[in-house]
Design a protein around this ligand. Structure first.
Ligand SMILES: *Cc1c(COP(=O)(O)O)cnc(C)c1O
Length: 423
């Protein structure tokens, strides 16, 4: 459920008409609803409360939406952060997320990133290889400390999602093979700079079936028993993120957080361990829209081309993952059209939708790409020398710009031309 609704014929974010934001900030612009973020945080927390032997450790996957205003909303909800770079770590800290609630994931953590994370005293490193374990141990030992670690295991489970966001098959780069985990833990336990505290798994994103998640968690449960028998401390089982959200109203709705929570409770019963979760998309996807103005409608061979002022550099998902975003008129006229919706970028991949039945729009009308709060602004680029997309946060009848539009002068001034070309 979200707080983007039609009122008096105008699409609103909570109590604010989207055309007000478009008029004052310009387009394209991302608009987030604070009430929706809070609602999803509450729904997820409620769904997993009571699972595990302690309060669940919920760490928002920062890569889904790293805006500091969004992170601040989640910090107030008691959420931690799952980060994959020093930049994300520093953003989470700047947003007031306590370091001990921060989990550092990712296959390519550098020595410098490890040092920064240790200096901040983060709660957990999710190791993805034995080479990484050795590097982290050396960095921590040199700093006179021990890094709290778990291994991310790769359960070799097909998550049944898009290939580019599947992470739990043996051919994916993520984690250590679950079958070799006991040997890897034995070697890690002998390293002077590590303190083993559990195990982690994350098999992919936009999962619309609980079966693969349950299969992965069952394998992890068996592994926890083995590792305990081997004498390792198993205090945290990090079950990752990945639960899907509804993008296309014509598709079956993905499992609800409550159904996910029930499955987790069933599979983890008797584990006697604290559970950690890393939801990203589920918390923020439906809490954001990309607001755009139609530049023109061009005749097409079959269907008209609706050319928006938003492009693949603002919202990459359709181009990258063939993702489906609902496209709505901000002031629907009550009639429909079938159109191809594209941006101005010089790539055929700059296509949001083909042969889409949608609200009729004309040049100058506003449209909203729905469910754009996750993996939207965070993936924006300046391709075609287009400024980075601004972001707005709405709360009730209040709204404010939480990331200003990048001036084109700043974009151009970011390069330097060497002396030898200046003459
Ligand atoms: C991306 C990612 C997540 C979040 O995935 P969602 O599908 O957005 O919930 C969680 N954990 C790790 C390790 C990730 O890479």
């Amino acid at each position: 459920m979200d707080h983007f609704t039609l009122r008096d014929g105008q699409l609103h974010a909570e109590d604010v008409a989207l055309d007000t934001i478009a008029d004052q900030v310009g387009t394209p612009v991302y608009v987030y609803s604070q009430a929706t973020i809070e609602r999803h945080a509450n729904v997820f927390r409620d769904a997993v409360t009571g699972a595990g032997n302690d309060a669940p450790w919920i760490s928002f996957a920062v890569k889904a939406n790293p805006n500091r205003a969004v992170l601040s909303v989640l910090a107030k909800q008691g959420f931690g952060a799952d980060v994959v770079s020093a930049g994300e770590l520093l953003r989470a800290v700047a947003a007031g997320i306590p370091a001990e609630k921060i989990i550092f994931s990712g296959v390519g953590k550098t020595e410098e990133e490890m040092r920064i994370a240790l200096e901040h005293g983060i709660g957990q490193f999710n190791l993805e290889s034995e080479q990484e374990a050795e590097m982290l141990s050396a960095v921590a030992a040199a700093m006179g400390t021990r890094a709290p670690v778990v291994y991310r295991v790769n359960p070799d489970v097909d998550a049944g999602t898009h290939a580019k966001i599947s992470t739990g098959k043996s051919e994916n780069k993520f984690g250590i093979p679950i079958n070799s985990a006991p040997a890897a833990y034995a070697r890690a336990a002998a390293l002077p700079g590590l303190k083993i505290q559990g195990v982690a798994v994350h098999i992919g994103s936009q999962l619309t079936d609980l079966g693969p998640l349950a299969a992965a968690f069952e394998k992890v449960g068996t592994l926890i028993a083995t590792l305990r028998a081997d004498g390792h401390a198993m205090l945290v089982a990090d079950l990752g993120g990945g639960l899907g959200v509804p993008y296309n109203p014509a598709q079956p709705v993905p499992p609800s957080p409550a159904e996910y929570g029930e499955m987790v409770r069933r599979v983890t019963a008797g584990w006697d361990i604290r559970l950690a979760f890393e939801p990203g998309r589920l918390i923020v996807a439906n809490a954001g829209v990309l607001l755009s103005r139609v530049v023109r409608v061009k005749d097409g061979a079959v269907h008209p081309w609706v050319i928006a002022d938003a492009a693949m550099n603002d919202l990459l998902r359709p181009s990258l993952y063939d993702a489906w975003h609902d496209i709505r008129g901000v002031a629907p006229k009550g009639t429909n059209m079938v159109a191809n919706v594209v941006g101005p970028v010089c790539e055929t991949g700059d296509t949001f939708a083909m042969a889409r039945e949608m609200d009729s729009v004309d040049a100058g009308d506003l449209i909203a790409f729905m469910t754009a709060g996750a993996y939207g602004a965070t993936m924006a680029s300046t391709y075609n020398s287009r400024a980075l997309t601004p972001e707005v946060l709405v709360s009730g009848d209040r709204w404010t710009v939480v990331r200003a539009r990048q001036p084109l002068e700043a974009l151009i001034a970011a390069d330097t031309v060497p002396d030898w070309l200046a003459e």
